[in-house]
Design a protein around this ligand. Structure first.
Ligand SMILES: [Zn+2]
Length: 80
């Protein structure tokens, strides 16, 4: 039998890893994975990468993109 705590930690680490790949908040992902388990995992699998919207054509593109893949225009990065 695998201790339940180990399964929780495993979910936490999987969510952490997915969030890292997608450019999301890793700490939140770990906590969510730890407490919500499968639900958090499904959320991160469905949610995919963080997207930004092009200010010219309003199409979605990857976060951090400099040139829009739809209209080929240079996108001004809005710094937080
Ligand atoms: Zn565009």
């Amino acid at each position: 039998m695998i201790p339940l705590l180990l399964i929780w930690l495993l979910f936490g680490f999987i969510c952490y890893w997915l969030a890292k790949k997608q450019g999301r908040d890793k700490k939140i992902a770990f906590v969510a994975g730890f407490f919500l388990g499968v639900l958090a995992l499904i959320y991160y699998l469905i949610a995919g990468e963080v997207k930004q919207t092009c200010q010219f054509c309003k199409e979605k593109m990857k976060k951090g993109a400099i040139v829009c893949p739809h209209c080929q225009r240079e996108v001004n990065m809005i710094k937080k």
